[in-house]
Design a protein around this ligand. Sequence first.
Ligand code: KDG
Ligand code: MG
Length: 403
Amino acid sequence: MKIVDARVVLTSPGRNFVTLRVETDEGVTGLGDATLNGRELAVVGYLRDHVVPLLLGTDPHRIEDTWQSLYRGAYWRRGPVTMAAIAAVDVALWDIKAKVAGLPLYQLLGGASRERVRTYGHASGRDLPELFDSIRARLAEGYPAIRVQTGVPGLERVYGVHHLSAGHGVTPDGARPVVEDWDTGAYLRSLPGVFDAVRQEFGPELVLLHDAHHRLTPIQAARLGKDLEPYDLFWLEDCTPAENQDGLRLVRRHTTTPLAIGEVFNTVFDYQTLVGEQLIDYVRSAVTHFGGVSPLRKLFDFAAQHQIKSAIHGPEDISPVGMAAAIHLDLAIHNFGIQEYAGHTALTHEVFPHAYTFTDGYLHPGEAPGLGIELDEELASAHPYEPAYLPINRLQDGTIHDW
Ligand code: KDG
Ligand code: MG
């Protein structure tokens, strides 16, 4: 079997997605997600100009060898652009292999370790009444676990809070990311009260999470983790910009609030200290940004040796192709923790018809051979790329702040 064609499809059915389609001489095709939110065109160019020419004529069954050739052969290792491009190839080749085998991908990864995949959804509000409504809406959709984000007193525009976030887009001239506000002191003072109110309203059993979006220093994160302990969070996510892995030692020494990190990481080397010293409880990398199913499986096996579980990143900017790959892995691995599932627009589901299902807060990859996902290229082409960035945030004096 040989790869005879590979092409990149860029579409925006509500937001931008980058998809690689690999075609073989036997008519079997595979799909992979390479979406890198706000930097999509860089991955398109990397794939089109530097990866696709290397794939033509090669054997799609040699997944590991192809992965190692793309990773080691480039000389320039790691980085989100490179690893998203390699991820798309890896996932497309797994899709092809599983289709040829006539099996859903999870069967090739060892078979199901569970019946279904537990998820968490997003709730947010400018104030407590709006937040409570949002939590009730997620509960009505069946979510068994909920991430809670709120407004911060004194801040007009806050990331991750519906109605307050300036959102994913560009300034009116179409050239720059929109700007949001940040004040760490106000955030640290207000958040414990929010969780206190949520516990009083919804009781002790509701599974609650919170994402700090990399905004804190280690000592601030240590304080927040401690302050949140009475509210029994499932996790505190991205408490610091964790490329400073050593800083997590300080956080860990001060709090028993479980920690989740890694959605911006792209290789196992980002996790060496965090996992090796058991400084976190959940690894958050996405199939799409970590080089694909092959390396993420290895990360989960490394994490398992340290009693750390999976928690694959699943926001709207992971395409349904990346989501499908995640769900197959979630079903197969033993040390599964939870899967983030923000869902997609109805149009996105039409552009990417899929076998995976979301029922009562749980996902299942379905039984279709391969990933169980298609791409309607005609519909995709009717919704072309639109420039968009993640917002940035600035302090009141104008200083740009960490994500
Ligand atoms: O592209 C960035 C988003 O995916 C990210 O900000 C969402 O933090 C996020 C999460 O946990 O889903
Ligand atoms: Mg996050």
